[in-house]
Design a protein around this ligand. Structure first.
Ligand SMILES: *[C@@H]1O[C@H](CO)[C@@H](O)[C@H](O)[C@H]1NC(C)=O
Length: 321
């Protein structure tokens, strides 16, 4: 019997709140402290990193690098009242490994309204930029949206999904927003967060994870230094990735390249248990087994990694309940 899921709600406890307040008093001036409690000064930006850490530890299966990297970059960024550039994260890995999940947790623990906050902006190529012929209009729109939203609130989150399906050239308009020098109308835009998601580099990450397994290395021993250069290379070599010739990689505007490793059988199991708990159900061995049996694994020989991670776990559980 699994323990009832611990809750990781924002502002979970009064002691937590008090700790945050005293930390804030130590480092922030009075104006920003007041802003933190006002309703509009810092928009609805209410970072709860302890909550984020707790949720990641509990629910994100098999991603030691992503977990550590995301928390580390956020901590440094959020605790700095005057960051010298926006936080720019690029998430990479096979589908179903947790990239969108991590992004939604970031929204949830950074903004009071979570994904529904008016300061969280989610762009998807199919919805927002589907016609390659309209590229000039898209460029104009995107630039004015980002600029308009940053004028309304410096603490905005911009999330770009499926970076490898964006029309060529669109990301050029973002480059100026990602660096250290972008100051317009006296407003500085350095408090924003940009997150880019793609599968690019996924194959290469899988290869490293597979080789580690074959040479009996512990998965947790895989280090960022092994993955970062090959992911960057895969992005630079992919003409379909939004960063293609945008200057964004070349000018080192990314604060972190975040790898998501392919998931093994026990990770998929973890996802099934999470999902059952989420539905308010007890762990059920038959359901767990049925979902695992209907999961395809690769490579052919070792049957090691789930082909689509945990992506379809939720919908398949429904079939076996
Ligand atoms: C903010 O971004 C959204 C898209 O997410 C756009 O529809 C809206 O017009 C933008 N707001 C401003 C003030 O530009």
């Amino acid at each position: 019997m699994a323990a009832a899921p611990r809750s990781c709600r924002p502002w979970g406890s009064l002691p937590g709140l008090l700790a945050l307040v005293s930390a804030a008093t130590a480092t922030w001036d009075l104006t920003s402290l007041r802003c933190n409690f006002g309703s509009f000064c810092e928009c609805d930006f209410r970072p709860d990193l302890a909550g984020l850490e707790c949720d990641l530890a509990q629910h994100l299966a098999g991603q030691h690098l992503a977990k550590a990297l995301v928390l580390k970059s956020l901590k440094a960024f959020v605790q700095d009242p005057a960051p010298n550039k926006p936080l720019v994260l690029s998430l990479h890995g096979l589908s179903g490994t947790g990239k969108s999940y991590v992004s939604s947790l970031l929204a949830k623990y950074l903004f009071r309204g979570g994904l529904h906050s008016p300061h969280v902006h989610h762009f998807s190529p199919i919805i927002h930029f589907s016609h390659p012929n309209h590229i000039e209009r898209y460029k104009k729109d995107l630039k004015s949206w980002v600029q308009g939203n940053l004028t309304a609130c410096g603490r905005s989150l911009f999330l770009f999904d499926e970076m490898d399906k964006l029309p060529l050239g669109l990301m050029e308009v973002l480059r100026p927003f990602l660096g250290a020098s972008w100051v317009v109308y006296g407003t500085n835009y350095r408090k924003a967060i940009f997150i880019f998601i793609s599968n690019t580099g996924g194959e290469q990450i899988n290869q490293v994870a597979l080789e580690a397994w074959r040479s009996r290395r512990d998965r947790e021993e895989i280090e960022l230094q092994e993955l970062e250069p090959i992911i960057s290379r895969a992005v630079l070599d992919n003409p379909h990735h939004g960063f293609w010739h945008s200057g964004i990689m070349e000018e080192h505007l990314l604060d972190a390249v975040v790898p998501f490793l392919p998931l093994q059988r026990h990770h998929v199991r973890h996802c099934v248990l999470n999902e059952l708990a989420h539905l308010g159900l007890e762990p059920q061995d038959e359901v767990v087994q049925a979902v695992l049996d209907s999961t395809t694994f690769f490579p052919e020989e070792e049957q090691l990694f789930s082909s689509n991670g945990c992506k379809t776990v939720a919908s398949r559980i429904a079939l076996f309940l």
